[in-house]
Write a protein that binds this ligand. Structure first.
Ligand SMILES: [Zn+2]
Ligand SMILES: [Zn+2]
Length: 331
């Protein structure tokens, strides 16, 4: 465990996904005489569990040394093992109000969500023969989650106390509807989950569990964070960093460029999100849509949709239905 800030320890937990651009998920332990505050948990795999167990033992602790668990959002890498740790430690589990309602439909009773995803893909132009693979692309992830309801439900502005730290909960919708960051104004520390990552642009999607206009809300949340006085940012992936405002500006710029790239495609004719997504260069595919794994294709379509919905909300594009498919055109 690395002490990344006096009183905060940093652990890297392995990512259990072949197709991930990320190497590891960060877990933070904040010191408190009564027991650690743990922020984000890692996947529920034997590898992640064993690693955490060893690191706790090596530093003279055990699972019982954890008293509070806060998760920034319920994606498997952040939430997966939280229930298992809670069970062993007796710690309280806290998450944002919106996020708690997504646990059951996402990881326990998934039929409805699959159906909604299916309809959303088809409505946005995915051909029937490709739909199934895209719809089912995240099936199996539920095996790496211990679905556990929170003991404490968080809202924007709530305070989480651990030792000498008083973290303010900041609701930052976008990457996930109930995503939160933890901000310590006196220490000028931000724990930001997947809201801002130093190397990759967090995925912002329209999907059945997204808030209205997620990209618009996300960019607003970035502006909110930009106003804060922050020295060190502790992200959910990659290394802690100091150039937060610069990084936020880069992410905003990326989204502006992508908006333009999309607008260029739909300047003359109306296109579906699927047909636009196929034409865009997505970092990892070297230019070929067919080479993308189904999971990435789905993310690309839903990300494109997030851009289109934001520009529709801003009256930069208009929407029309054609044979059951939604198409967008520049105004
Ligand atoms: Zn995430
Ligand atoms: Zn993540």
């Amino acid at each position: 465990m690395i002490e990344v800030f006096p009183g905060i320890r940093w652990l890297k937990s392995p990512i259990n996904m072949e197709q991930s651009d990320l190497e590891y998920i960060n877990t933070y332990l904040v010191e408190d005489k009564k027991g650690f505050l743990m922020v984000d948990s890692g996947w529920n795999t034997d590898e992640s569990f064993g690693m955490l167990h060893n690191k706790l033992i090596k530093s003279g602790h055990s699972f019982q040394s954890i008293k509070q668990i806060v998760i920034t959002h319920i994606h498997p890498d952040h939430y997966g093992m939280a229930g298992r740790i809670k069970e062993l430690s007796g710690a309280t589990l806290a998450m944002h109000d919106i996020e708690k309602d997504y646990i059951d439909p996402r990881y326990v009773h998934m039929e409805q969500l699959l159906h909604q995803t299916d309809r959303m893909l088809v409505a946005n132009g995915v051909p029937e023969d490709e739909m199934e693979a895209l719809r089912d692309a995240t099936l199996g992830l539920e095996n790496y989650i211990v679905p556990t309801p929170p003991d404490r439900i968080l809202h924007n502005g709530d305070i989480i106390t651990a030792g000498i730290f008083k973290f303010r909960v900041i609701w930052t919708p976008g990457h996930s509807s109930g995503h939160i960051c933890l901000y310590e104004p006196d220490k000028k520390v931000l724990l930001c989950g997947d809201h801002i990552l130093p190397k990759i642009t967090p995925n912002i999607s329209v999907n059945p569990q997204s808030i209205e206009n997620p990209l618009g809300r996300y960019l607003q949340s970035l502006e909110e964070i930009k106003k804060l006085d922050i020295d060190i940012t502790l992200p959910g992936h990659d290394e802690p960093f100091h150039h937060l405002k610069m990084r936020i500006n880069e992410i905003i710029h990326h989204h502006q460029m992508r908006n333009q790239e999309i607008l260029d495609r739909i300047a003359v004719n109306a296109w579906s999100a699927y047909s636009i997504a196929k034409e865009i260069t997505w970092g990892s595919n070297g230019g070929s849509w067919d080479a993308l794994p189904a999971f990435h294709k789905r993310m690309a379509i839903f990300e494109t949709l997030a851009h289109l919905e934001m520009m529709a909300a801003e009256s930069r594009v208009f929407k029309q239905g054609k044979k059951g498919v939604i198409q967008y055109k520049q105004k």
